[in-house]
Design a protein around this ligand. Sequence first.
Ligand SMILES: C[S@@+](CC[C@H](N)C(=O)[O-])C[C@H]1O[C@@H](n2cnc3c(N)ncnc32)[C@H](O)[C@@H]1O
Length: 322
Amino acid sequence: MTTSRLTHALATGALALPEGPIVVFGAPAGFDLSALPKPQVTIVSHFAPDVARWQVAGFDVSREAPKAACALVVLPRAKDAARALIAAAVEAAPLVLVDGQKHDGIDSILKAVKARTTPGAVISKSHGKLFWISGGDFSDWASRPHTVDGFTTRPGVFSADGPDKGSLALVDALPPLKGRVADLGAGWGFLARHILRSDAVTQLDLIEADAVALDCARENVTDPRAAFHWADATAFAAAAPYDVVVSNPPFHVGRAGDPGLGRDFIAAAQRLLSPHGSFWMVANRHLPYEDALTAAFHHVEEAGGTPGFKVIHATRPHRTRR
Ligand SMILES: C[S@@+](CC[C@H](N)C(=O)[O-])C[C@H]1O[C@@H](n2cnc3c(N)ncnc32)[C@H](O)[C@@H]1O
């Protein structure tokens, strides 16, 4: 458990926190921060469900990092995203703690950090490491936009290296759409740009939890019919019901696979659609969504796909209380 490293470092006196504000990067909701004095902590998060949960837990949360006396980076798995968080932390605070699991790449990050500065100490415990640094030049690790196939992405967003195979399968199967459309979990706008090729689409709401991905989508989708919503799709309230909902739903919560999130997206589509609306989604073939789909819609059919992905078309949602 990663926090035990921080607790251990503080309890043994190996580490003393300086007086003043502490800024935390990369901590998923529920990550144990009990070793830190809550009133001094600001959590930097751009993921809407995490922001809501941290706020309920009584933490100050910000999208931008304030200047602080100390920063903690909880290492994400994506290497570029990990480097970008360390660069942001070094920019924000003179003392930077980096905590991560072996399977998230803490050893290779530590090696890369050591090429630039000497860590104050390294604590190895519970299949991971905690180390801390003061200074060093990490400016070239900062988050920068990346252009791929004519789209802008950034480190850490879903499928940052190019269109996802599932999304490609979905656009192959999707007919031209019409009316009011929503894209649940719109990412950096790959599906959205395709959907807007149909002149019969009158409005497209891109609903996405990751504010960094949504900022990329704003650059990638400049059509005036598009509207951008930084929100948890599973709790999103629309101004009016949609004619069509499209989604390549997420199946990860933090680092763990969780088809429950996809099922929540199916329930959201059911809730957000008009009685004659239709839902298009793509999923890995092994993900068990059939029961959730038949519970939510009168009619469900497979409408294309690839050996790895199924494209589902579901129509006539069962009525729900809105
Ligand atoms: C599989 S990706 C699809 C992205 C995009 N539609 C595409 O085709 O490239 C799922 C997206 O859902 C977003 N997401 C995860 N949980 C979410 C939630 N609760 N509400 C809204 N979006 C969420 C992720 O950040 C990610 O961008």
